[in-house]
Write a protein that binds this ligand. Sequence first.
Ligand code: IPE
Ligand code: IPE
Ligand code: MG
Length: 246
Amino acid sequence: MDLKNNILPHALPKHIAIIMDGNGRWAKQQGMIRAFGHENGTKSVKETVEACAELGIENLTLYAFSTENWNRPKLEVQTLMKLLVSSLTKELKTLNDNNIKLAAIGNLQALPKKVYKELSDAIESTKNNTRMTLSLALSYGSRDEIVNAVKEISIKVKNNIISHENIDESIINEHLYTQNLPDVDLLVRTSGEQRISNFLLWQIAYAELHFTSVLWPDFTRQHLYEAIIEYQKRERRFGKTSDQLS
Ligand code: IPE
Ligand code: IPE
Ligand code: MG
């Protein structure tokens, strides 16, 4: 059965964020090395991006590499960086054909030069696309993002560009890597882990959370539809009472 038919088109989340987890365990289950899991994970990325664009999701943010992931074995980090470059090269045309704008959030300066260059070129080449914004979280850590925002704001206060009395939520928002994105409506994590792992702490303040035990390389569009259907059944009260909403 195609679960797509059960999705209400008028109540779509505006921003879906996904913690793509479980590549290593998936590979282990097949008796393969972790890199095999990462390679197969790229298929799920492609399917998810296409499914979101087709549905009319405006913003999709994918957690691809965390600040903590730099502590993995050097070889695995290299494999992930190579995979990123090859996927960008391979999929750039698809992004443009589908009118998808690529963006990146994170400490991008920490990426190897080649990755940074490939990424910047892809971002530049898709910048006028309007159907959906696909943001890749790379060398991303939410605490790093907040530290960075505090530094930028304090420099502006020092230089009298912002007065400290005027610091509010929107000023903080504007100084996060996600500045142009709306808050996350739906956060999905695969692989059965029920934690946030330093992802979008500020932006998920009122997100609906969806945890699935499916490992990322096994994640299909039907799993995405399942998450959206569950999201649409929830009552988002934002602190109000249920009666106030109707
Ligand atoms: C997610 O899969 C990919 C990245 C974090 C880069 P993992 O590599 O974390 O896979 P597990 O969690 O070890 O199974
Ligand atoms: C989170 O997954 C980061 C990404 C999916 C890129 P991890 O596998 O690194 O998270 P932990 O360490 O299990 O929390
Ligand atoms: Mg993991």
